[in-house]
Design a protein around this ligand. Structure first.
Ligand SMILES: Cc1cc2nc3c(=O)[nH]c(=O)nc-3n(C[C@H](O)[C@H](O)[C@H](O)COP(=O)(O)O)c2cc1C
Length: 219
């Protein structure tokens, strides 16, 4: 099967085959880091998040799939005192202290006109921009919300992969955040996510999860 592949490219081709056969998997420590022992944090160690870590975080989160590769997520990383103060009045009471204390708070948002970028993002189907432009604003909004939610989840897993802790939040006034951070109307906020190095003392008891039988069917 590899005979038709130029020798120079055989290593890559073999790596791809192995990957598709499921032989490349995360080790147990990696699974713990991303899923099993990872928690939602409500307090932070006194340790800043470096700007290059935020960049590394996005560079991982941008890679997993979105519909037609449309990548509607936009992120504002709120780190400065000034920007944190702008965020403060938008937060539900229970989310204020932990957000003000977090080294960074990501405003995970969706681009309203995400379809403008389709010629760049999905050149394989040149008419994709026109297809999306012909949709109702509600249908496009659903796509943007789906994509930004998925990308926001990728962002949280990327953060964990880089050793950060996350604290996602719905408890905020979306209209107020949009007015404070997206005054031009180009983006709409989806959810907030505190980022930092988690303080274990801030953890609540772990909530239960559904077992496979309760949540899944194999047909
Ligand atoms: C989209 C989303 C919104 C959330 N909103 C809030 C919030 O506003 N305030 C809060 O304290 N926790 C919030 N949470 C945290 C959840 O309650 C927490 O992730 C969940 O209980 C699981 O906790 P664990 O990861 O420690 O097991 C939110 C989580 C998600 C994913």
């Amino acid at each position: 099967m590899l005979a038709c592949v130029a020798p120079r490219q055989r290593g890559t081709a073999i790596a791809r085959l192995l990957q598709y056969r499921g032989t490349m998997t995360l080790d147990p420590a990696g699974l713990d880091l991303l899923f099993r022992t990872a928690r939602t944090y409500n307090g932070w160690l006194d340790q800043p998040v470096a700007p290059e870590t935020l960049r590394a975080l996005y560079d991982l989160a941008k890679m997993p799939p979105t519909s037609a590769n449309c990548q509607p997520m936009r992120v504002v990383f709120v780190v400065s005192k000034e920007a944190k103060e702008r965020l403060r009045p938008c937060l539900d009471k229970g989310n204020v202290d932990k957000t003000m204390a977090a080294p960074a708070t990501a405003i995970v948002a969706q681009a309203v006109h995400f379809h403008d970028h389709m010629p760049f993002l999905f050149p394989a189907v040149p008419r994709m921009q026109a297809i999306l432009a012909a949709m109702s604003p509600e249908a496009r909004d659903r796509l943007a919300h789906q994509g930004s939610s998925m990308q926001g989840a990728y962002l949280m897993l990327a953060a964990r992969a880089l050793g950060l802790a996350v604290g996602p939040m719905n408890g905020f006034d979306r209209a107020a955040v949009d007015a404070a951070f997206f005054a031009d109307g180009a983006c709409k906020s989806n959810f907030l996510c505190n980022l930092g190095y988690g303080d274990p003392a801030s953890l609540y008891p772990r909530g239960p999860r559904f077992e496979f039988e309760a949540a899944c069917r194999v047909q």
